[in-house]
Every structure is written in structure tokens, then in C-alpha cells.
Design a binder for this molecule. Structure first.
Ligand code: SF4
Length: 378
């Protein structure tokens, strides 16, 4: 384990994010870099539990106590190898994963959890800077070829695994750049696109091919892929929206998140988006329906675009500040959370349902809401 008494000696410690007033003027990462010495101290807090519940929390089964111990001992290269044994892209998960491992951490029973996610990110960044993340193509090719449709996180991870196994992989992406939600969904202030491009470059150097502007079933016949490849993997994204079919939905000014967010990402990456195709919140009174991560991303983007006001509404009631008795550790805690975007301004309200929109001249002007009263427990 890290340091036997580490969890008793050191409190959880994370560097403060960039000041909100500064960061809403740009789209750069909201986080400050975590100095490595402090990261090692945080890794020393890991108790190397007999039953490491962090494993149960992590969908990847990351071997968390092992790399915590290695970081504490300053063995970064070994920590990287351990991390990469379960995680294709720690530089992504170390930034945008909701970190269920931390919620499940045993220290979280009566203390604050180990800063697992930031340690994960730290290992990945240390590795890139040390020059350890170099192309490592398979030693032998199998002669088999696979098409992967979709270049988001699942498509990329699938392509990476298949390539490592020696198959020749071609990834098809309907957009003009690969990366799916990593490139054209998650805002830059949570995941800078240099991080995505760095990984894509590495994968290309390892032998993975990318075909962009290729919407399989639309401008690339599916039959062509079945003819050309030994196998086809469907890893398309989940951009089918959950629409709100209420009166006034058709009014100009009512947008879906995944129509709105990618446009700003495009501009941030230097892709030209004409003004008449761009959706901007500049100077507008913005209402966001949905209090989850996507709503939060819209909230932070609207603030950066210079919205006159930003208000987020959530259908469900405001969660409690601490776990309810019916939601014990190590379950995912259904508690009140404040994202970096919410810290930056605007307001939020809960138990609010939208009944209809109304407008003038085809443009939305009003939103008609009711306050919900939830009964019978959630
Ligand atoms: S549950 Fe927490 S303290 Fe225990 S091994 Fe995992 S990270 Fe370390």
C-alpha cells in the first residue's frame, strides 16, 4: 500500500480550479495542473483495502490501489503500465469520467475519498511528457480487417483493442473529424481537443486508419463495408435526442443540446461555421431544461458565449446534501452536486416541468412552467 498511515496523516487535497471569472472568458481547461509532489501525497492516502471497492465502482476495473502505491513510490512508468492494462485512454477518463471509483472508495465512508481521477490524469500526462506514449504497433498482423463505425470513445477503444490484437482496423466517422463526442460534444473547458488529437495521432501511427465524412448507410453503403472487411463493429453514438413534444417546441430559439454544443466546439477547433448556422447565447436570456451533465455543458457554454442570463431547470427534486439512508455507500450517491459550469454563474431550480413554449413571429418568447410536488419518495 501507499503509506500505511497516509490516510490518517493527509487530508484530501485538490488544487483549486482556475477562477470562475477568468475561465469563462475562454474555453480552456477549467482545472489547474496538479503538482506531482502533491499527487504523490494524495496517492499515499490509499489504504490498499482488502476489498477495494474502488474496483467495483470503476466500469473499467482499473487496478487503482496498485497504481496509487506506485505513484507514492515515485514509480511512474510502472504505474502507467498498470493503468494501461485496463484503460485504453486514461487521459480522457482522468478528465471527464464522473469518477464512480471515488464515490465507492472505502475512505468515503467516514472521510474524503482518494483523489483517484486526478491521479489517473497525472499518470497519463506524466507519461506523455516523459515520451513514453510512443506508437506501439502490433508485432504481427493477423491478415484480418475490421471496420469500426463510429469514432467516439467506444469506437476508439474497440479500434485500439482490435489493432493491438493485430487486425487491420479502419474507423468510419460521419463528421469531418474523428473523436465523436470527445471532439464534437464535450466542451473544450472539460476536455481540450489537443488531448483528443494527441491520442488519434498515436493510434494512426500504430496503424489504425480513419475515414471521415463517411456516414455509413448514407454516403457509404453498408454492403460495401461487409464486402471489404472481415468484420464490422457498430459503435455509433447516442445523438438521438430525447425531444420534448409540447406545444411551441417548433418555435425558433428552442434547440437540442447536441445541435448547440458541437457548433461551439467546431469554432474552437477553427472549423468555419457561418453565423446563420451558428447558435449563440450571446445577449440572450437562456433557459436550459435538464440538470444533468449535458445541461451543465450547455450552461457553461452559454455563459462563455456571453448570455444575458442562464437558468437551468430540473424535473426532479433538489437532491439532499448527504446520502439518504436508502442510498448507502458504496452505491452511487444521489446527492446535490455543483459542476464547474454551475460555479461560474447563472441559477438553477428543481421540481420544474415545462408545459409549453409561446412566442411571437415564430420566435420563442416565453416558457410556461409548473412546480411539481413529488410524493411517495424517489
Ligand atoms: S477503496 Fe479507496 S482506499 Fe481502498 S484501495 Fe480503493 S482507492 Fe484505495
Amino acid at each position: 500500500m501507499g503509506k500505511i498511515t497516509g490516510f490518517k496523516e493527509y487530508p484530501r487535497d485538490i488544487p483549486p480550479d482556475r477562477p470562475a471569472g477568468e475561465r469563462i472568458k475562454d474555453y480552456q481547461d477549467v482545472h489547474n495542473r496538479f503538482p506531482e509532489e502533491r499527487l504523490q501525497t494524495q496517492a499515499a492516502r490509499c489504504m490498499d483495502c482488502g476489498v477495494p471497492f474502488c474496483h467495483k465502482g470503476c466500469p473499467l476495473g482499473n487496478v487503482i490501489p496498485d497504481w496509487n502505491d506506485l505513484i507514492y513510490r515515485n514509480r511512474w512508468r510502472d504505474a502507467l503500465d498498470r493503468l494501461l492494462s485496463t484503460n485504453n485512454f486514461p487521459e480522457f477518463t482522468g478528465r471527464v469520467c464522473p469518477a464512480p471509483c471515488e464515490e465507492a472508495c472505502v475512505l468515503n465512508i467516514n472521510d474524503n475519498p482518494v483523489t483517484i481521477e486526478r491521479i489517473e490524469q497525472g499518470i497519463a500526462e506524466h507519461a506523455y511528457e516523459a515520451g513514453w506514449m510512443v506508437p506501439s504497433p502490433p508485432k504481427k498482423r493477423t491478415g484480418k480487417s475490421v471496420a469500426v463505425i463510429g469514432s467516439g470513445p467506444s469506437g476508439l477503444a474497440c479500434a485500439d483493442q482490435l489493432n493491438r490484437a493485430g487486425h487491420l482496423v479502419t474507423v468510419y466517422e460521419r463528421n469531418d473529424r474523428p473523436g465523436g463526442i470527445l471532439t464534437y460534444g464535450i466542451p473544450d473547458f472539460k476536455l481540450e481537443k489537443t488531448v483528443v488529437r494527441r491520442r488519434l495521432k498515436l493510434m494512426e501511427a500504430e496503424g489504425v486508419s480513419f475515414v471521415v465524412n463517411a456516414h455509413v448507410g448514407v454516403n457509404v453503403p453498408a454492403a460495401e463495408l461487409r464486402r471489404k472487411f472481415d468484420a464490422v463493429v457498430l459503435a455509433g453514438g447516442a445523438t438521438r435526442s430525447r425531444d420534448l413534444n409540447i406545444p411551441g417546441r417548433e418555435l425558433d430559439g428552442v434547440h437540442l443540446a447536441m445541435d448547440y454544443l458541437p457548433l461551439q466546439n467546431r469554432r474552437n477547433q477553427g472549423v468555419a461555421v457561418p453565423d446563420d448556422k451558428f447558435i449563440t447565447a450571446k445577449g440572450k436570456r437562456v433557459v436550459i431544461l435538464g440538470g444533468g451533465d449535458t445541461g451543465s455543458d450547455c450552461h457553461g457554454t452559454a455563459l462563455r458565449q456571453g448570455a444575458g442570463s442562464v437558468t437551468s431547470f430540473e424535473l426532479l427534486p433538489k437532491p439532499p446534501g448527504a446520502r439518504a439512508g436508502s442510498n448507502p455507500w458504496p452505491e452511487w450517491p444521489r446527492v446535490f452536486r455543483t459542476s464547474s459550469s454551475h460555479e461560474e454563474g447563472g441559477s438553477r431550480d428543481w421540481s420544474v416541468q415545462t408545459k409549453r413554449f409561446s412566442g411571437e413571429g415564430g420566435k420563442v418568447k416565453k416558457i410556461h412552467l409548473v412546480r411539481l410536488e413529488w410524493t411517495g419518495g424517489m
